[in-house]
Ligand binder design. Structure first.
Ligand code: FAD
Length: 398
C-alpha cells in the first residue's frame, strides 16, 4: 500500500489539534490530522449555549491559522470582569473586585466564542487548507520509532511523520501507549453549562460569583435574531446537587439560576439545552516521548473556574508550532521536544495549581475562610498594581 509522508501527524481534531493543524499547514508544513469521530457537518447547527472564554493572549494562534477570521458568529468582547463572594438567594457581598479593560490599555480582556462557531470555522479551514490531509472519522494506530512514526489508518492509507502530536483529549490513548503517567485531583463537583436570554444588556461584563457549592460564572455572548441579550452560564455544584439540577424542569432550573445570579439583568429565560460535566483536574508527568508531544487536555485538565483550559491548550499549540516552524531541521527531534516541555509544563502546572487553590478557597462556607477571602477581595480591589496583575493574568499575559 502507498505510504504518505508528512512532517507532523496530529491525532485529535478538537479545538487544540484543529488549530495546530491549521497553523502548521498555513506555514507550509505537510500535516495529517486524524479524529476517530466524524467532525460535525458544515451546515449551521443549532445554538447550543456552549461557549469558550478565549483570553487575549490565546488569540494569536487563531489569527495566524486563519481560524479567527473564519468565525461565522462575531465573538463577544469581555470588557469588564466582576468577582463577588456570596450565598445563593442573598445579594452578592458588597466586597467585590471589578476589573475594567480601560485600566489596561482599552483592549478587551478576551472574547466569548460560541463553541459551534469555533467548530464551524475550524471545519471550514480543515477542509480547504492546502497541505493538510484530514482523516475523520478514522481509527489510527501509531508506532513510534527513533527516526519517525508510522500511522496506520484502519481501511485507509499508511502515513509516516517526523512528529506525532497527541491532541486526543483527557483520555488520550497515545499518552497511555507511551506509558506517560497522570495524576488526578478529584473535585466531587460537576459543572452545569447553559445559556440564558435576559431582558437587560450585559454590556460586555463577565461575572464570577463565588458560592459555597462552587463558582457561578456569567459570560456575555453576542446576541442573535431570536434573542438580543444572551449570556452563557457555567456553574459548579457538588456532584449530587448538580445531578438534581440536571433533572429539574426548565422553570425550576431557571429559578435556581436566578437565585444565584440576582436580578441585575431583569427577566431571564433558559435558551437551548443544559450540559453537565463532572470535574477533575489531571496532569501528565511528561509532555513528550520519542517522536511524541502532548498538547491540550491530553497534557492537562484544569478546573473551569477561570475559563482557562482551552487557552492553555492553544498556548501549547502556539509554542509547539513556534518551535517546529523555527527549525530548519527535524520537527520531532529530542531537543526540540525537550524545549517544548520546558516552555509549557511549568506554566500549565502553575495555572492548574492556581485554579485548584481558588476552587478550594472559595467553594466552602467556612466563616474564617469567608472573612479572609472577603478581606482579600476588598484589599486587592484597593491595590491598582495588584489589580493590574490579575487583569493581565485574565488576558493570558501574566
Ligand atoms: C464546563 C467546562 C467549561 C469550560 N470552559 C472553558 C472556557 O471558557 N475557556 C477555556 O479555555 N476552556 C474551557 N474549558 C476547557 C476546554 O473545554 C478544554 O480544555 C478543551 O476542549 C480541550 O480541547 P482539546 O482539543 O485538547 O481536547 P478535546 O476537545 O477533548 O478534543 C479531543 C479530540 O480528540 C478526538 N479523539 C479522542 N481520542 C481519539 C483517538 N484515539 N483517535 C483519534 N481521535 C481521538 C476526539 O474525538 C476529539 O475530537 C471548559 C471545560 C469544561 C468542562
Amino acid at each position: 500500500m502507498e505510504q504518505h509522508e508528512f512532517d507532523v501527524a496530529i491525532i485529535g481534531a478538537g479545538p487544540v489539534g484543529g488549530a495546530l493543524a491549521c497553523r502548521l499547514a498555513q506555514a507550509g508544513q505537510r500535516v495529517a490530522l486524524v479524529d476517530r469521530a466524524a467532525l460535525p457537518p458544515m451546515e449551521h447547527p443549532d445554538f447550543d449555549g456552549r461557549a469558550y472564554a478565549i483570553a487575549r493572549g490565546s488569540r494569536p494562534l487563531l489569527d495566524q491559522s486563519g481560524v479567527w477570521d473564519a468565525l461565522p458568529i462575531a465573538p463577544c468582547p469581555i470588557l469588564d470582569i466582576r468577582v463577588t463572594d456570596g450565598k445563593p438567594g442573598r445579594p452578592a457581598s458588597p466586597l467585590h473586585l471589578h476589573f475594567d479593560h480601560t485600566e489596561v490599555g482599552g483592549e478587551p480582556f478576551g472574547w466569548i466564542v460560541e463553541a459551534r462557531a469555533l467548530r464551524m470555522a475550524l471545519n471550514e479551514k480543515l477542509n480547504t487548507m492546502p497541505g493538510l490531509s484530514l482523516f475523520a472519522p478514522a481509527a489510527a494506530s501509531v508506532t513510534r520509532h527513533a527516526g519517525h512514526a508510522d500511522i496506520a489508518i484502519a481501511g485507509g492509507p499508511k502515513l509516516r511523520a517526523k512528529l506525532v502530536v497527541a491532541a486526543d483529549g483527557k483520555h488520550s490513548q497515545l499518552r497511555k501507549e507511551a506509558g506517560i503517567a497522570t495524576t488526578t485531583l478529584p473535585y466531587r463537583q460537576s459543572a452545569v453549562v447553559c445559556a440564558i436570554a435576559h431582558e437587560l444588556p450585559h454590556d460586555g461584563v463577565a461575572l464570577e460569583h463565588f458560592l459555597p457549592g462552587g463558582p457561578f460564572a456569567l459570560l456575555p455572548m453576542t446576541g442573535n435574531e431570536a434573542h438580543e441579550n444572551i449570556s452563557a452560564i457555567v456553574f459548579t455544584e457538588k456532584t449530587a446537587l448538580a445531578a438534581r439540577l440536571m433533572t429539574l424542569d426548565d422553570a425550576a432550573f431557571t429559578a435556581e439560576i436566578a437565585r444565584r445570579l440576582g436580578n441585575h439583568l431583569g427577566r431571564i429565560a433558559l435558551v437551548g439545552k443544559r450540559w453537565g460535566y463532572p470535574l477533575a483536574a489531571q496532569y501528565a508527568q511528561r509532555y513528550t516521548a520519542t517522536r511524541l508531544a502532548l498538547v491540550g487536555d491530553s497534557a492537562h485538565v484544569i478546573h473551569p473556574i477561570a475559563g482557562q483550559g482551552l487557552n492553555l491548550g492553544l498556548r501549547d499549540a502556539e509554542a509547539l508550532a513556534g518551535l517546529v516552524l523555527g527549525t530548519a531541521g527535524d520537527p520531532g527531534a529530542a531537543d526540540l521536544l525537550a524545549r517544548y516541555q520546558a516552555a509549557r509544563r511549568p506554566a500549565n502546572m502553575l495555572m492548574l495549581a492556581a485554579t485548584d487553590t481558588l476552587d478550594r478557597l472559595f467553594s466552602n462556607d467556612n466563616p474564617v475562610l469567608r472573612l479572609a477571602r472577603d478581606v482579600g477581595i476588598a484589599a486587592v480591589h484597593r491595590m491598582p498594581r495588584t489589580r493590574r496583575f490579575f487583569m493581565r493574568a485574565a488576558m493570558g499575559e501574566g
